[in-house]
Design a protein around this ligand. Structure first.
Ligand code: GLC
Ligand code: GLC
Length: 657
């Protein structure tokens, strides 16, 4: 956290404050669980200094700092007391094996409850499907109470304690807790979003603010006129410029401007107010107590604002997350954070640490897999991964090819310049390519949020449509083009399944789901092209997954095979990855190591056969004769390696070599 050490006079303060706080906490809470209390106290002692320094930095300037400190610790103690016994047992298990999420058996899946299975009960009925796929991590897209009909796909939360009535009906998240318990028994960790940068304008706090209540107006950023919004907005990036310009919204009820980074109904929370931090801590721990094991921290970049800055990725944003993390270590140690920072790769990396977010989306890998498919060249992918894949060994990437959001080209311009590419032009090319405007493009994506001033644009579309399957099937291109598209889909999945971290499948992709433009008939969705890839699960198509003669079966079967191999291959655990120069600009290669296990992976991003000189493999050499795990064939370095069009190899030293 804070780079500067504490001044000497402050050095004794954490201990002194703890000594002052402990008697009150003990008096209030210890008797409710006398056997467990020493464990809580021990965790408090271990984490207190860190927590104290963070909160002091964030809120120490306030006359009522100590009041808030005590209140925050009381919240943690109260919610720890309320934590169900089985989750307390899980806490201890996770504390004893903190690297559990780095195993090669980990496999994530993400879906919308309503689109995938109607409601929570329906989702539960689909558990056998998740087991069949091999999922150990299930991210359910936002499922909380939200405004209707527009709620940014659930990312405008009106209550963190109520499931959207269309999905479940029991009070206090009881049906979610039941589901979490069932998932845990089946070896699947439940992941949900913690949408903590903003609430919807229908949240109880926002309603009170709209009713003119000063205490809750201070939960948000509300301004009496345009002076401050104008001053801030000079430096702000617009996230949804097609929907609305600027970053604030006028509310006539109170004659005030409210800070709204995303949509007008998504009100940014004011974390400069410690009461907001405390209130959101309570919401966070309540979710943990339902049995949620991983919270996907939504829009982390935006949670702290400071005039004269872009209000993204500020040091205090990190401190806030670290403080939430420290409090989770006290009250719900099994809880992990995954950061959703779709920003410059340098900034993405800063959220990753055992003390901040143990997991992070890997938006750079995602974007560059698509970049390599478009260009058939792997130089930017290779260079960027050589520089940026390495991460804290206690943490893990979450590697994905598609998610519910758009694709933004978040590579570093200097990385591109190093290879003689102009970042701005290259992004323009990629946008033209993935919207099918570029001559010869195989992709059928849609543009998302074009900003007329900056020229910035992002891409929507399912993996299959972006990889060429839509064009091949709907524009009658024949079996050869279909085969190439399928190979592209499998190729990029082969990378996320082997490169190091938790692979995350966007459910629907496993059977090659294509874009669906019918969202345009719904006025609440019309302006947001991301709905083209947020689709109802088509269970008739999924039913064909085991028919190898069907397209669905072809894709599903091949993915299933890779998943099985991944789970059995020890080298795919952890994140020790060395990206290598294969000597062929179309072939991406990396060496995976874990303990004594090693695997060499190669991926050909061109539609032509490619070879890698045997010498280039020998230098990273593990052996002379290899087995390719994917095809079960022996590969000898007597000859150069040969990769089929869009082919890939996972090589392990042959037991017979
Ligand atoms: C995140 C979500 C995105 C949403 C935004 C605002 O980026 O992934 O879907 O629009 O946050 O909550
Ligand atoms: C921007 C934000 C990201 C969000 C996305 C939604 O890229 O940085 O957090 O997911 O917009 O489209």
């Amino acid at each position: 956290m804070s780079e500067q050490p504490m001044p000497a006079w402050l050095d004794s303060q954490p201990q002194l404050s703890l000594d002052r706080l402990l008697p009150t906490l003990r008096e209030r809470y210890a008797s409710h669980d006398p056997a467990g209390w020493p464990i809580f106290e021990c965790r408090l002692r271990t984490n207190f200094r860190r927590l104290f320094e963070l909160l002091l930095h964030l809120y120490g300037g306030r006359y009522d700092f100590f009041y808030h400190l005590e209140s925050i610790l009381s919240t943690a103690a109260r919610l720890w007391l309320a934590r169900p016994v089985d989750l307390k047992a899980l806490d201890e298990a996770r504390e004893a094996a903190p690297a559990w999420f780095q195993g090669q058996k980990m496999l994530g899946g993400v879906c919308y409850v309503d689109l995938f299975a109607g409601n929570l009960a329906g989702l539960r009925a689909r558990l056998p499907y998740f087991k069949e796929l091999g999922l150990t991590y299930l991210h359910l897209m936002p499922l909380f109470k939200a405004p209707m009909p527009e709620n940014d796909g659930g990312y405008a939360v009106s209550s963190y304690r109520e499931v959207n009535p269309a999905l479940g009906s029991m009070p206090d998240l009881a049906d979610l807790a039941d589901l979490a318990g069932e998932l845990l028994r089946q070896g699947i960790s439940l992941v949900v979003d913690f949408v903590f940068n903003h609430t919807s304008d229908e949240h109880a706090w926002a309603r009170l603010a709209l009713a003119g209540e000063a205490e809750h107006q201070d939960y948000y950023y509300m301004f009496p006129d345009r002076q401050m919004p104008d001053a801030y907005e000079k430096n702000l990036r617009e996230i949804f410029p097609e929907v609305r310009r600027g970053s604030s919204t006028y509310r006539p009820e109170v004659d005030r401007w409210v800070w709204t980074t995303f949509h007008s109904y998504q009100w940014d929370l004011n974390y400069a107010n410690p009461a907001v931090f405390d209130s959101m801590l309570e919401e966070m721990l309540a979710l943990a107590n339902v049995g949620v094991e991983v919270l996907r921290l939504d829009a982390v970049a935006f949670i702290w604002k400071q005039l004269g800055t872009t209000c993204e990725n500020l040091p205090e944003a990190h401190m806030l997350i670290q403080a939430f993390n420290a409090l989770a270590r006290l009250a719900a140690p099994a809880l992990l954070f995954k950061s959703e920072a779709i920003v410059h790769p340098d900034e993405v990396a800063r959220y990753i640490s055992a003390y901040e977010c143990q997991l992070s989306y890997n938006p750079l890998l995602m974007a560059l897999l698509w970049e390599s498919l478009a260009t058939r060249e792997v130089c930017l992918l290779r260079h960027s991964m050589q520089e940026r894949f390495k991460m804290n060994p206690a943490c893990a990437w979450v590697n994905y090819v598609r998610c519910h959001d758009d694709i933004g080209w978040t590579f570093d311009d200097a990385d591109a310049a190093h290879l003689g590419m102009n970042g701005y032009d290259h992004r323009r090319f990629l946008n033209a390519f993935y919207t099918g405007r570029f001559a010869g493009s195989f992709a059928r994506g849609l543009p998302f949020q074009k900003n007329p001033q900056t020229g910035d644009e992002r891409i929507s579309g399912t993996a299959a449509s972006l990889a060429g399957l839509e064009k091949a099937l709907r524009e009658e291109e024949g079996p050869f083009e279909v085969e190439l598209a399928v190979r592209r889909i499998l190729l990029i999945h082969s990378v996320i399944l082997s490169i190091g971290g938790i692979p995350l499948l966007y459910l629907g992709d496993e059977v090659g789901t294509l874009n669906d433009t019918t969202y345009r008939h719904d006025p609440a969705k019309l302006a947001d092209s991301r709905w083209v890839h947020r689709l109802f699960a088509d269970w008739t198509r999924i039913a064909r997954r085991n028919d190898p003669s069907a397209l669905e079966g072809h894709i599903y079967g091949a993915l299933q095979r890779m998943i099985t191999i991944r789970k059995e291959c020890g080298a795919f655990a952890g994140n020790d990855t060395t990206v290598i120069d294969t000597g062929n600009g179309h072939v991406f290669g990396y060496l995976r190591r874990h303990g004594a296990d090693q695997t060499l992976a190669f991926a050909n991003f061109s539609e032509h056969e490619q070879s890698v000189a045997a010498n280039n493999v020998r230098t990273h050499g593990l052996a002379y004769v290899y087995d390719d795990l994917v095809t079960d064939r022996a590969v000898s370095l007597e000859h150069d390696l040969v990769l089929e069009p869009y082919g890939f190899l996972w090589l392990v030293a042959s037991a017979h070599g």
